[in-house]
Write a protein of this length. Structure first.
Length: 618
């Protein structure tokens, strides 16, 4: 009498997924974790891990106001409470769980022969997303539990070696994804395809070889193959994994496949990638009616962000987080209030203009909008970039294409009375843009786009109307990875040519600089620094030296522009904190307790050590 059949309208594990559309729904749920990562905020925390890594690098300060402890904690490698970095642990393991469910249940559907390609594509995307979420988790938290099944056992709660167990599984997932997926996902679809898998396979392998194996220079160093074995030393077995190991040559061949067959190309103008080059603003730069933004006046209109082949879905975009006008103040529930579906980076990196409480007054900061002013660019980035330009005798379009020079570009900008660690620069790449055509201060240019319905999903344009893709993989990265792996400068030279800088022969220093300039504020810098340094500084002191170089830089605090103060580390030094932690965040105490002995805290994060604890500096 306990055996019952579900109602035909009910979705249960016995009936779902039952048709291809159900698996597509599971797939959408797996991807939607990324939209949550792109949102914010709880206790001034943006969930985007690439924002976290930007704050932890030497390219950004923590900044914000006196109360904004989260980004300053990250920047100084400290914590204000034992669970400060728990948000993304929960979100990303949720994504892993969804991917596992999709992998395990996909053949509940009676696929026809005509639907096999769709089935393989969806399975490949699930493997890809599991590998991606797992990679982000282990890059943040180090040795963690590896979860590859929806069946949770005692073993599932035990952390394992990232070097020997987790990274082989991550790259195995990308191999399965590559084998199973087709290339029929168009640019801008938001879905992974074969080329996405090949690109992220390279990123994962390069981090593993550099950070864990100490191969600081991949073009000349002896980078080992990675063998696909599980925690028991047995061969990993899963659909699509048709090899037992991957070598550097295999990684290079995958990148060559993208270059030769992927159909990707660099946008002609670097500025086309960013929303400040939209055609509405370009039109205002060419009329006599009001304000004008001269930085984009020399662009071709067909290269503007919102023109075909540019901006969202552009010709060099391999994979991205996408956003839409469907946010909400509590759409994610009470936990972390993520306001998902809106690219909240535009708000976090927005201007903290404090002129007579006229935040967002476009007469003072046109064309850029108000925001929280957290994670502001460091003096180091501007100074190092300027030094490179001066020595080389050139102007790199990417510097002012990535950073707002507040004193020289925005004559009306002043500093807030409670701001901290203001460098005099702001992020331009993801900066929200206002227009004369907008109805009010703090409206965004998106409100002028076709299909936008006022008042937007939040009814607050400044916080809710942000729809610029967050790039996770660009073709420029494929080209620079190729040069770094092979020593062949022709690929790097394409990136240099687009930026208007001299095309140079290969050197590791040249690749390091190009990656820093090209991907500023895209969250790649920190893990690049780590792999060029190696775990426990196996191959160099690159990361601790670059981080410590911030010490002594002159910054504005508490609105006192004329009374700059010397930037100092919060508790000891950046060198000491980086070496103590290897760049890993602390595992959340809540999770350590829940895992009942299966998790060990990362080195350098003993809460009894005052060097680990947040301290107010201002």
């Amino acid at each position: 009498m306990l055996d019952t059949d579900p109602r035909v309208t009910e979705m249960t594990s016995a009936t779902f997924p039952g048709k291809p559309a159900d698996v597509e729904a599971l797939n959408a749920a797996t991807y939607s974790i990324m939209s949550t990562l792109g949102g914010g905020d709880n206790s001034d925390c943006l969930n985007n891990i690439f924002f976290w890594w930007s704050c932890m690098s030497d390219d950004c300060y923590g900044s914000g106001g006196l109360q904004d402890y989260m980004p300053k904690s990250m920047h100084h490698f400290t914590m204000s409470n034992a669970n400060q970095y728990e948000y993304d642990w929960i979100l990303l393991y949720g994504g892993v769980a969804r991917a596992n469910n999709q992998i395990e249940t996909i053949d509940n559907v009676p696929w026809t022969d005509a639907e096999k390609a769709q089935r393989n594509q969806l399975l490949g995307e699930a493997f890809f997303m599991r590998g991606l979420y797992t990679m982000w988790l282990t890059q943040m938290y180090g040795d963690i539990p590896l979860v590859t099944s929806t069946l949770i056992t005692d073993e599932s709660y035990q952390q394992v070696s990232a070097e020997d167990v987790i990274f082989p599984q991550i790259i195995a997932d990308f191999v399965s994804a590559k084998t199973l997926m087709t290339t029929n996902r168009a640019n801008g679809s938001g879905h992974a395809d074969k080329y996405s898998a090949e690109a992220f396979m390279a990123r994962a392998y390069m981090f593993w070889a550099g950070f864990y194996k100490g191969v600081g220079e991949l073009a000349t160093g002896s980078a080992p193959a990675i063998e696909f074995k599980n925690r028991n030393g047995e061969a990993i077995e899963q659909e699509g994994l048709n090899v037992s190991s991957i070598s550097k040559d295999d990684i290079v061949n995958g990148l060559k496949d993208i270059i030769n067959n992927g159909g990707y190309k660099l946008c002609e103008d670097f500025r086309s990638l960013w929303q400040y080059s939209n055609s509405f603003l370009w039109d205002e730069a060419h009329d006599d009616a009001g304000h004008a933004y001269p930085f984009i006046a020399d662009m071709k209109r067909e290269n503007c962000f919102d023109q075909p082949g540019m901006g969202n879905g552009n010709t060099e975009e391999l994979f991205q987080i996408q956003f839409m006008n469907a946010s909400g103040w509590n759409i994610g529930g009470t936990y972390c209030n993520p306001r998902m579906y809106s690219n909240y980076l535009s708000c976090f990196w927005g201007l903290r203009n404090g002129a007579s409480n006229q935040n967002g007054d476009r007469n003072l900061t046109y064309p850029f909008n108000q925001g929280w002013g957290q994670g502001t660019p460091s003096c180091n980035l501007w100074d190092d970039w300027t030094e490179a330009e001066t020595k080389g005798g050139y102007t790199d379009i990417r510097k002012l294409g990535s950073m707002i020079d507040l004193d020289n570009e925005l004559s009306g900008y002043t500093y807030e009375k409670d701001d901290c660690e203001e460098s005099g620069y702001s992020v331009k790449k993801y900066a929200d843009v206002n227009l004369d055509a907008c109805g009010a201060n703090n409206d965004t240019w998106w409100t002028q786009c076709e299909g936008y319905t006022a008042p937007g999903s939040l009814g607050n344009s400044m916080q809710g109307d942000h729809f610029e893709d967050f790039y996770l993989m660009r073709y420029a990265d494929v080209l620079l990875m190729m040069t770094e792996l092979t020593g062949d400068a022709q690929y790097m030279n394409q990136v240099q040519k687009r930026a208007g800088v001299p095309q140079t022969p290969y050197s590791l220093k040249a690749v390091q600089d190009e990656r820093r300039w090209e991907f500023a504020f895209e969250g790649l810098r920190f893990n690049d620094m780590r792999r060029w340094t190696g775990k426990d500084c196996k191959n160099s002191e690159y990361a601790p030296k670059a981080l410590q170089a911030q010490s002594g830089k002159q910054v504005v605090c508490l609105g006192q522009k004329g009374a700059k103060r010397s930037l100092q580390h919060m508790t000891c030094s950046w060198t000491e904190r980086y070496k103590a932690t290897n760049g890993f965040l602390p595992k959340p105490q809540n999770q350590i307790s829940l895992h009942n002995g299966g998790l060990e805290q990362n080195p350098g994060w003993d809460t009894a050590d005052p060097k680990t604890q947040y301290k107010a500096l201002y």
